[in-house]
Design a protein around this ligand. Structure first.
Ligand code: TMP
Length: 215
């Protein structure tokens, strides 16, 4: 990515099913970077900007959400991403920050492309249009079996599962396999972590891998 030539900013995205423990690990990784005096910016997708949070609300919580077709869903995720990239990520990367993103374009490839069976070509084109030249330097996939994902979701305190969380076990199996296939095809960018290990063990593994790979 051209930005890399100009700055020491780095973009690390986190991917995985719901309940994979992304947010816990992002917070722990941010603390490691902060201890090393790095400027760290954490964002989440969809969201991270005012426009993005409004889009998130439409996608995830809209009571009419069940009527949303897969194409609309893809475009809304892409719209939120386009805004996040330009409003938050590019300025942060240019000033040399480490940007940690809870989900990025691979979520659309996997959830809309593989999960919802949209054709790969348009999904990839829309993804590219949304991100411009901002691609992750590294992507951490926290891999958990679909049964673990669903069990953890059920334990969450929220009263009603949102519309993405109501998907069945088959959908989460496709999501999991989708991430593993992506990671296998791009081993230089992806780090796959076993999300069934303890939080401390996962944190240690991620930090070790990232230090090695960012050198
Ligand atoms: P999360 O906040 O638990 O990560 O939930 C966001 C939901 O949105 C999750 O079900 C995954 C889904 N999603 C997509 O389907 N496509 C996307 O491009 C993104 C960013 C998220």
């Amino acid at each position: 990515m051209p930005l890399k030539q100009k700055s020491s900013g780095r973009l690390i995205s986190f991917e995985g099913s719901e309940g994979s423990g992304k947010s816990t690990q992002i917070a722990r990784l941010a603390a490691h970077f902060q201890k090393s005096q790095r400027d760290v910016v954490t964002v989440r997708e969809p969201g991270g900007t005012e426009i993005g949070e409004q889009i998130r609300n439409i996608i995830v919580h809209n009571s009419k959400g069940d009527e949303m077709c897969a194409e609309t869903e893809l475009l809304l995720f892409a719209a939120a991403r386009a805004q996040l990239v330009r409003e938050v990520m590019v300025p942060a990367l240019l000033r040399g920050a480490i940007v940690l993103s809870d989900r990025f374009l691979d979520s659309s490839t996997v959830y809309q492309g593989i999960g919802r069976n949209l054709a790969a070509d348009p999904v990839n084109q829309i993804n590219r249009f949304a991100v411009g030249n901002v691609m992750p330097d590294l992507t951490v996939v926290i891999d958990v079996p679909e049964e673990v994902s669903l069990a953890r979701l059920k334990q969450r305190a929220s009263d009603l599962p949102d519309r993405m969380e109501r998907e069945n076990v088959g959908f989460y199996r496709k999501v999991r396999e989708g991430y593993l296939v992506l990671a296998k095809g791009m081993p230089e960018r992806f780090i796959v972590i076993d999300g069934t290990k303890s939080e401390d063990a996962i944190e240690k593994k991620i930090w070790t891998e990232i230090q090695t790979r960012l050198k």
